[in-house]
Design a protein around this ligand. Sequence first.
Ligand code: DP6
Length: 347
Amino acid sequence: MNSLGFEATAPSNIALLKYWGKAAAADQWPANDSLSMTLQTSRTVTWAQMQNDTREDVLYWERTRLPSDDPRAKKIQRHLQWLRQNTGFAKPLRIHTYNTFPTGCGIASSASGMAALTVAALAAWTQSDQWDRLKTHGFDRSTLAQFARMGSGSAGRSLFGGYVAWNKNTSPTNQSIAPLPVGQDWSLVDLIVVISHEAKAISSSAGHELAATSPLFAPRVAGIAERRQQMEGAIRERDFAALGLLMEIDALEMHSVMMTMTPPANYLLPATVEFISWLREKRHQQGLRAYFTIDAGPNVHVLCEPSQAALVRYAIQQQFPQFSLIDDAMGHGPTLTAKNLQESHFA
Ligand code: DP6
């Protein structure tokens, strides 16, 4: 008989202060601190169960078995291998996973995916249906966040809700990930404008490796501590305009680094540039209280306060009816429950 199954759900997160570049790639030690807001509705749901009757992991995307050469299977397998090597658990797992946001919509799923996989796998191996149980086995949130970032750096920030900091600190072994002590009840809305569904030509992981070839990289890293302080101040004061401006500058600075790497990476499309120009114009001319940020792709995250969300959504839909919108907002972090496969989403 197989043991209990466990379902973890983990949200995606949007970086306000971007992680771009690694100081030590093998240890997933970032070149700089980053700050993010955890999202609520864009999530990965992952169900895991220890197997007694198979010798290998069995991986499913929804209810379809993934062949071992599928890129998604390879990424899952690589992280499971790291987890096994670093925790001592060996048992094969059956894993089912899916994203609540449309797959292939250009929204990165590695943050939510690696966070959900980490929690589900450790819950299955330790038979833990609660966070406290995981903790008694030595896996508190911070430890799980450190594990998740080995799968994908940004995934570490998805272990917590609200505003989260990934602190580089002084060495790969003392880097840390923790919620900010301020602003946890200041919810913002994130309207994700899907400008293109195409997968990016250069993955974030490949891009991180090139970051230091840009002449703008060193000045960027040198200015991060001050920007971080300003951003935390804006969050503490709930000064949305200040936070918005800092967030836009940081995103554009990261994209400037990307475009000046050797070889360069341009993640923005003409439509992305048209969109952000329009948003700024709307803000300056008509006082629309919305600011943008952009990750390693062409899609735009428009942030605003909840009281402005209907107005901002309407303005975007009027001007750009061709783009789909994903409605998201600040969220509380991952969830964990014990579940039979029959009770789960994957039945
Ligand atoms: C632009 O976390 O995807 O979204 O650690 O190599 O998996 P790896 O990279 P990843 O990089 C995310 C970069 C970013 C900015 C951010 O989320 O901070």
